[in-house]
Design a protein. Structure first.
Length: 151
């Protein structure tokens, strides 16, 4: 079990790093935040708005909701990647029963992980609906909208 965890960390660390680099490089602050909380740094090329709403927010639920959203999305992505890794291991097993068993265990663990993440999401949504709080309401599932033809 320890070996599986070490291998998971060893192989997933570069993947997670590669997934976060575009967010760091392409990060842009909005001109104004909903509360209007911005700080402007003036440079020779112009002014860059830097948001300060997180430091000025008095509501800890916003921060906790963001952390919960991040954990849910990260766990789902990791479980999905592990599902793909298990499938690739199964394909590359070449009839070796030990390798097939390892691949099957990886796929089983990944599916259990996906189910746990989805159940956690459902429970959080139920708490939101019953108690009227916003924990992860900003988290939306992308949808494909039908193409509209011009008239």
């Amino acid at each position: 079990m320890i070996k599986i965890i070490k291998n998971t960390i060893r192989y997933m660390s570069p993947v997670l790093l590669l997934l976060t680099i575009p967010a760091i490089v392409m990060a842009q602050a909005p001109a104004t935040l909903p509360g209007g909380n911005t700080t402007t740094i003036t440079q020779t090329s112009g002014s860059i708005p830097i948001p300060t709403a997180l430091s000025q927010t008095g509501d800890i639920t916003v921060v906790i909701g963001g952390i919960i959203r991040f954990i849910l999305v990260t766990a789902f992505v990791i479980a999905f990647i592990m599902l793909l890794v298990g499938g690739i291991r199964w394909i590359l097993a070449g009839g070796d029963e030990k390798a097939v068993e390892k691949a099957r265990n990886t796929i089983t663990a990944a599916l259990i992980g996906l189910v746990v993440v989805l159940v956690a999401f459902a429970l959080i949504r139920l708490v939101e609906l019953f108690f009227g709080v916003n924990i992860i309401s900003g988290l939306t599932v992308p949808r494909i909208s039908p193409l509209q033809t011009p008239l």
